[in-house]
Design a binder for this molecule. Structure first.
Ligand code: URP
Ligand code: ZN
Ligand code: ZN
Length: 472
């Protein structure tokens, strides 16, 4: 066997199923050997005392996504993926959004143009379908699935993206035929509109009321409706960004009947509650926490932890959706219109860099989940669910050498000043974290180490994907 390019020496290798001390060798960007001792490499990284983990896969991020109202997202592909690798990720899955009236193929092409040559980690797109015309459903979508875009998201709310029930059923039907995986944003549009109107009539316009307008009942109802439609059509779905106990119970109900319903949750649902949207005293600081679905209460946090442990949740993603607070040209969260009503505050919070540290610290360091479960939720399961396994998501011979070295004992608070993302704030400012990534390796090359980017130029590749298995 020819000499390896790199040996990572003496770390604790951890996968979704095993943990052991060993050396790991890399050649031509792939893992070639895992053994008690490996000699003869050109480069050696001493990983004694560190965890050696498969690189994080963040399966739900929004980068450079155009907003209907002209609001500018605070990350382009350069800053979004830089922030991702600084947070221990080696693959991200942003969305290619089809605007109404636009060809889906054209939308995908546009996002490729934005990502090309800009990405510091590997990238693969989900599509977002907002205009399911006969042309899109009959031709573009099937062709794109065949080309390796094997997942797409649909929305049950937002004026410029919502699909009605008939459209959802038609889209699910194409997914079943083409074996694509549908991700569902499950919140009931009419219920949210009704709540918003009632709250505004009472003068309740502060950011906090976003949480009341996007009631958990509306999420529960939409989750049930999405599941019922999927059952009718006989297609697997993923319910994304599940926020609390009520929608979780719908997912558990579906699973108990043998339905293929996968589930995702996010850091905001374990690290925040709706109280955060109150800011200091119902002031505009609360806008920094506005996302959909909104964070709920401590009972829901407890339920989410149980779901992370018992397998109700398959994956843990950031739903990184970055906006400026102060804003560029007054389009950030603190824009003049947003001050008139919570309904104009851009929905979404940044989190691609803090996803892994928050789950590790709150989960592994505090004994709520095992290290193996952490790896499963943040790397192995996303790779399986979205058709990238075993090239991604594990440490095994032949896999891509996408590796994160992790210091389980490093303690430091989250600080905006230390982050690498585009937005001008983090909703997690000051949160104490035990356990941080210290080196991110993409295809055998270190791209980030000890707080700084080390790669000279973006080397991330675009990944065409396979289909998801029946079970993960
Ligand atoms: O508030 C959120 N999550 N914004 C991002 C878009 C979405 O629904 O995922
Ligand atoms: Zn969503
Ligand atoms: Zn999202």
């Amino acid at each position: 066997m020819s000499a390896p390019d790199l040996v990572i020496r003496g770390g604790t290798i951890c996968t979704a199923s095993d943990r052991f001390v060993a050396d790991l060798a890399v050649k031509d960007g792939k893992i070639t050997q895992i053994a008690a001792h490996i000699d003869g490499a050109r480069d050696v990284i001493d990983a004694a005392g560190l965890l050696v983990l498969p690189g994080g896969i963040d399966a739900h991020v929004h980068i450079a996504q155009e907003q209907g109202d002209g609001t500018v997202m605070a990350d382009d592909f350069a800053s979004g993926t830089r922030s991702a690798v600084a947070g221990g990720n080696t693959t991200v899955m942003p969305f290619a959004l089809q605007k109404r009236g636009e060809s889906l193929r054209e939308a995908v092409r546009n996002y490729h143009t934005l990502a090309e040559g800009q990405s510091w980690c590997d990238v693969s797109f989900h599509m977002i379908i907002t205009d399911p015309t006969p042309q899109v459903l009959g031709q573009e979508l099937p062709a794109l699935v065949q080309d390796g875009y094997t997942s797409f998201k649909v929305f049950m709310t937002y004026d410029d993206m919502v699909l009605n029930d008939a459209e959802l059923l038609d889209v699910f039907d194409v997914a079943r035929r083409e074996k694509a995986l549908v991700m569902v944003h499950a919140e009931g549009h009419d219920a949210i509109k009704y709540m918003t109107r009632k709250l505004e009539e009472q003068g309740k316009t502060a950011p906090y009321y976003h949480a009341e307008a996007h009631a958990q009942i509306a999420e529960r109802e939409a989750t049930h409706r999405a599941i019922a439609h999927a059952q009718l059509v006989d297609v697997p779905i993923v319910i994304v960004h599940v926020s609390g106990r009520d929608p979780m119970e719908q997912i558990q109900w579906a699973r108990s009947r043998g339905l293929k319903v996968f589930a995702e949750t996010c850091p905001q649902y374990i690290a925040m509650t709706a109280e955060d949207l109150k800011g200091l005293n119902m002031d505009f600081e609360g806008a920094k926490y506005v996302c959909s679905p909104p964070p709920r209460d401590f009972d829901s946090q407890k339920a989410i932890w149980q779901g992370l442990r018992d397998g109700t949740f398959d994956i843990f993603s950031s739903d990184h959706c970055p906006f400026y607070f102060e804003g560029e040209n007054d389009t950030g969260k603190n824009n003049p219109r947003a001050r008139t009503s919570f309904k104009w505050v851009p929905n979404g919070i940044p989190g691609v860099e803090t996803r892994l540290p928050i789950l590790f610290s709150e989960g592994v360091s505090k004994g709520r989940i095992t290290l193996e479960r952490f790896v499963a939720l943040t790397s192995t399961n996303p790779a399986k669910l979205y058709g990238m396994y075993p090239q991604k998501g594990t440490l095994a011979i032949g896999a891509d050498a996408d590796i994160t070295l992790w210091d389980a004992n490093r303690r430091a608070p989250i600080r905006q000043a230390d982050l690498h993302h585009g937005p001008d704030y983090t909703p997690y400012e000051g949160m104490e974290i035990t356990g941080w990534p210290v080196r991110t390796i993409l295809g055998g090359k270190t791209v980030f180490a000890d707080g700084a980017m080390t790669a000279e130029a973006p080397q991330g590749r675009y990944l065409s994907r396979g289909f998801s298995p029946d079970q993960i």
